[in-house]
Design a protein around this ligand. Sequence first.
Ligand code: HEM
Length: 384
Amino acid sequence: MRQENSPRFDFDFHGPALDTIFDDYETMHEQCPVSWSEHYGGFWTLTRMEDIRNAEHDWDTFSVAPSMILPSFGTDRPLIPLDIDPPELLGYRQILLPFFSPNRMDALLPRTHDIANELLDDVAGQDVFDASVYARMVPAMVFGEYCGFPMEDAAKFDQWVEDIVFARSDDESVARAAAEEVYDYFRALITRRRLEPGDDVLSALLQADNNGRKLDDEEMLDIVYLLFVAGLETTAGTIRVALWYLAQHPELLKTLVTDPSLIPTATEEFLRALSPVQAMARTLKIDTTIGGVDMKAGERVVLAFGAANRDPEIFECPHDIQLDRASNPHISFGVGAHRCLGSNLARREVNVALEEFICRHPRFELAEPTTWHGVGRLAIRPLS
Ligand code: HEM
């Protein structure tokens, strides 16, 4: 329950607030690891690894309803399985997990290399090019083809994701309009796949068994909508920020070029220190107390994964980016019942995208300053 003397910190985790979010984490860890913010209707922020891990595992206290996404991805419908609490969650996860197994993801590797190379061919010889296109298109093409999304509509998908994920904190109506179009688009696609199944995830999901029954069209839509948004933007943000960082650290770039076997460790560090998903929300089912702060049923709680990933109790020199960090127990993919289903895919996509990029461009720099976050323009100048 908020009281006069409850700790407060004006925390936001979208848009320009991301420019200074790592300074915010440092202050919050030092002064108010649990605090109240007025943004998005008001929420408690948890910043300590221990508090966030506990909350992730305690679904009797922390519900994902009405949505983990704050503010919403332009819809009041639940995203499945993200916004479903256990035990109902488990049936959905059992259906989805096999599609993201390490073996299935390994099978996508050759195509991922090809796509990365084709995209790099498109900009070959240019003095300066926008590498954010590469960062967005590698995951969009790999995952889109795997799911059975018609990739001739890739440009449309790109704009929808931009409107849903990035415009929502400024103007929710933009996200709502895009979400409506996406639902209409996938409603039509699901109908088509029911009539003419293909060799893709969407068609396979239509045949899946959920405790003795098939998924209906509304459930299918809520699953596909989540896969569409979650599968594209997050991985794109990670590839983009990795290139952004390497462009400004030639000595680290050189180390990776000389020994590409270090790329997976570097990817983990980019995920820890510069994750595209800084925080997600829960809602309290009952009154509780965390770190001496009393909270009331119905209040929102934001789990700041990005803060936990820089918790000085867990990480040595948490604000240094060490691409060879030996112990890296980050929680960028979550840790509880909702742990990210796409982590096997995301890691592979980022690793391959970096490997192919630095193989073709062993030296490059930023041609224009830009922020670390988002999936916007990243002007890269290859150097000879
Ligand atoms: C770097 C890339 C990614 C990051 C940082 C990321 C992060 C996350 C996080 C933080 C969660 C919530 C975990 C929790 O609350 O405990 C999540 C859930 C989820 N992610 Fe990812 N994700 C990424 C890529 C992907 C990809 C490529 C897909 C695949 C399509 C995907 C699909 C999902 C799904 C389906 C869920 C919901 C799982 C559930 O509710 O049970 N993610 N992700």
